[in-house]
Write a protein that binds this ligand. Structure first.
Ligand SMILES: [Zn+2]
Length: 121
């Protein structure tokens, strides 16, 4: 009777070991998955950082250009300035801050029109 109990105990212990081994295996797979996930997130993060830097560089360039354009505009005096700008616009060039001085290529520009309206009124 005692020996039977002992055998049961040993078999139960074996079952627990097998169950633990299974859990350990699952844990190992989970860790491997998390490490892969971590690596791909790091790569994505560094890629996004690079893109953000590029966008910031473009933003700075646009800001610099619009400051230069604003300076160009401030050199024209107001009354004569409006006539000059209106003429420039009708000759086919942008007078807006966004594209100042570049060719309109025959298309009307809402920025220019809004700008001229504001100067006129
Ligand atoms: Zn324009």
């Amino acid at each position: 009777m005692k020996e039977r109990n002992f055998l049961d105990t040993v078999m139960e212990f074996e079952r627990q070991l097998e169950s633990l081994q299974g859990q350990f295996h699952a844990l190992k797979e989970f860790v491997a998955f998390m490490m892969e996930e971590h690596q791909s997130l790091q790569q994505e993060n560094s890629h996004l950082r690079k893109r953000l830097d590029e966008i910031h560089a473009v933003e700075e360039e646009v800001l610099k250009q619009s400051e230069i354009n604003a300076k160009k505009l401030s050199h024209l005096d107001i009354g004569e300035g409006y006539d000059n700008l209106a003429r420039l616009y009708h000759e086919g060039f942008h007078v807006c801050h966004v594209h100042f001085g570049s060719a309109r290529k025959g298309e009307d520009c809402l920025f220019c029109l809004a700008f001229l309206n504001k100067q006129n009124g």
